[in-house]
Design a protein around this ligand. Structure first.
Ligand code: FES
Length: 224
């Protein structure tokens, strides 16, 4: 049975649509952990510590080459899935060292989002994550709020949104638009709020939701 506790540790770090197979690397955060998010050419989403195990250069400076992530500095390449070093271009005849491995985190995709779990335990992602955003709803925006995630959740509750115990989403109305808010605890004083709605893109209701989101952020940050 899924509980709020075991869904809460899956962090909604990025939109699935923002990760293109074999292409870009997206920077992310969860609980202060800096992440490199990318999608291998075979489509599998990856969430890695944003640090090359060779000399600690950020992976987000590198590039995706098929199913590998290549560091920008010396070009060492690491396999999707395992994070295992697979190639050192400066020494093509030398076997890649088996003890060099990028730190990887469990990742899953549900409700149009990439979710990451930082804990080394690897339980199956709760099926309830798929219910975080109702089918057919549209992405509105990701709101950056300079405040702890807990403060953001309190503000959502004060506006009448209710936490869904199984998916972790906050449901209700912002700017009179039906809204599902996914709160990401990025850093101690930085949260991201992914807003989804059934309002049509470009509609007055969507614009009202944008306005309400900016107001929400202003009110939260004014608390200091
Ligand atoms: S720092 Fe990444 S390959 Fe050297």
């Amino acid at each position: 049975m899924n509980t709020p506790q075991n869904t809460a540790v899956w962090h909604p770090v990025a939109r699935s649509a923002d990760l293109h197979p074999g292409d870009n690397i997206v920077a992310g955060f969860a609980e202060g952990q800096e992440l490199a998010l990318w999608r291998a050419a075979d489509g599998t989403a990856q969430a890695w510590e944003n640090r090359c195990p060779h000399r600690s250069v950020r992976f987000t400076l590198g590039q995706v080459i098929d199913n590998r992530l290549a560091c920008a500095y010396h070009g060492w390449q690491y396999e999707a899935g395992s994070g295992q070093c697979a190639s050192i271009p400066a020494h093509p005849a030398m076997p890649a060292p088996r003890n060099v491995c990028a730190k990887t985190f469990a990742a899953t995709e549900a409700a149009g989002m990439l979710w990451v779990r930082l804990s080394p335990e690897m339980p199956t992602a709760p099926a309830a994550l798929a219910d975080a955003v109702p089918t057919g709803w549209h992405f509105c925006r990701t709101l950056t709020v300079r405040a702890p995630a807990g403060t953001v959740r309190e503000a959502l509750a004060q506006r009448g949104l209710l936490a869904d115990a199984t998916s972790g989403a906050w449901r209700g109305q912002l700017g009179d638009a039906n809204t599902s808010a996914l709160v990401l605890d990025a850093q101690p004083r930085l949260a991201f709020v992914h807003l989804w709605t059934d309002a049509a893109p470009g509609s007055a209701a969507m614009q009202a939701l944008h306005t309400a989101a900016r107001s929400l952020r202003g009110d939260i940050e004014a608390l200091g």
